[in-house]
Design a protein around this ligand. Structure first.
Ligand code: ADP
Ligand code: MG
Length: 359
């Protein structure tokens, strides 16, 4: 119990980060008495909405629940049951079709449980598709136990705090991140929605994506707006590390493009690399385009559209472009349509004049 007091004193959010509630304490004690955990050590981080503890798992095998873990270090993420922090989170909830008809609760205990469930489920899905993230081990109420990323009880550095790596490494990490974002969107069908150097750890020379409780399904109403923000954050950060990044617009296009597949992914990345290498990163036209893109209109409700509605929306969109209300064509792209919106796009624009065999 002493360890709970070891929380980061510098944390500004003292007002809401009082110690854990009794129910959560009992729950953690139970984990130990049930043998799921061996010990629970110090708190490695505390934020507005969670405490993260280091602990150890003695190894755990339960056929009934199809669980089988080796002995290992774990991170115990406790979602706070007494916090005002969840107030800002409604935006992640609204439009999430899995919660259609479910009223956003203001009961912090219920919310804490909801976010823990989401974190657990999202980590599971990510891992299934090969995203480098902690392994979700078990979930109970507002507590998620996952594999610990770091050495012994010291968590791996966040990208924000990472020092002393070469530009070559930053370039590799950038490449890894943009590919992960694409897999997240296309395969896991998630948009992280809080992706930045704060929520990516660096371990074994790779980026590890964490903090996915607020991540949303890629087909929900606000998903593309969150994705655009994620693209912006990642670009801004890696640029500051001297990486020649794609424009935010290009990254967004890459993540959402339906015309990129396993056959043309490598050529696409190579071609983009060639283009970006030739570009002046301070190119003011590109920066200008990106800031326009950040303000551009993003159509909502990509899900649940039938053919007729899609066509209607496309028409409206073309109209808007003609009227000069928006200069960007990304709607068609996101839907996998040609620039002219009159058919399915099968090859990314930049690969059109390369000679690639069709799949
Ligand atoms: P929050 O929502 O409070 O930001 P995060 O999931 O980002 O929660 O976790 C906060 C911090 O806890 C991280 O920055 C990291 O230092 C640490 N942490 C979280 N998960 C792990 C993990 N699996 N392994 C090691 N450290 C972790
Ligand atoms: Mg975080």
């Amino acid at each position: 119990k002493k360890s709970e007091k070891k929380r980061n004193r510098k944390d500004k959010d003292q007002s809401t980060s009082e110690s854990m509630d009794k129910g959560t304490r009992i729950l953690l004690t139970k984990f130990v008495s049930q043998g799921k955990l061996e010990e629970i050590n110090g708190c490695v981080a505390t934020g507005k909405e969670s405490f993260v503890f280091h602990g150890t798992c003695p190894g755990y095998d339960d056929e009934k629940f199809n669980i089988d873990f080796d002995a290992q270090d774990v991170a115990i993420k406790v979602f706070k049951t007494a916090t005002l922090g969840y107030k800002d989170r409604q935006k992640y909830f609204t439009g999430e079709f899995r919660f259609k008809g479910v009223k956003y609760s203001h009961n912090p205990r219920r919310l804490a449980k909801l976010w823990a469930e989401k974190e657990f489920r999202n980590l599971k899905k990510m891992q299934k598709h090969g995203i480098n993230c902690p392994t979700a081990m078990f979930l109970k109420n507002n507590v998620v136990v996952m594999s610990f990323v770091g050495k012994q009880s010291t968590p791996a550095p966040r990208l924000k705090d990472l020092k002393g790596v070469t530009t070559r490494r930053w370039r590799q990490l950038y490449r890894q991140m943009i590919c992960s974002m694409r897999v997240m969107y296309q395969k896991v069908e998630l948009v992280h929605a809080d992706l930045s150097e704060y929520n990516i750890l660096y371990s074994q020379k790779k980026a590890v994506i964490i903090d996915v409780s607020q991540s949303i399904h890629s087909q929900t109403e606000n998903a593309l707006e969150f994705l655009r923000k994620d693209c912006w954050n990642i670009t801004k950060f890696f640029k500051s590390k001297g990486v020649k990044c794609w424009s935010v617009r290009e990254l967004f296009g890459f993540v959402t493009s339906l015309s990129i597949n396993s056959n043309n992914l490598e050529p696409f990345l190579e071609e983009m690399q060639r283009i970006v290498d030739q570009r002046d990163p301070k190119d003011s036209e590109m920066i200008e385009k990106d800031s326009l893109f950040m303000k551009a209109f993003i159509p909502k409700s990509l899900s649940d559209l039938d053919q007729e509605e899609t066509e209607q929306m496309s028409l409206n969109y073309v109209e808007r472009i003609l009227k000069g209300e928006t200069s960007e064509m990304f709607y068609g792209e996101v839907m996998g349509l040609k620039k002219t919106l009159d058919g399915i796009e099968t090859q990314p624009e930049i690969l059109k004049n390369l000679d690639l065999k069709d799949n």
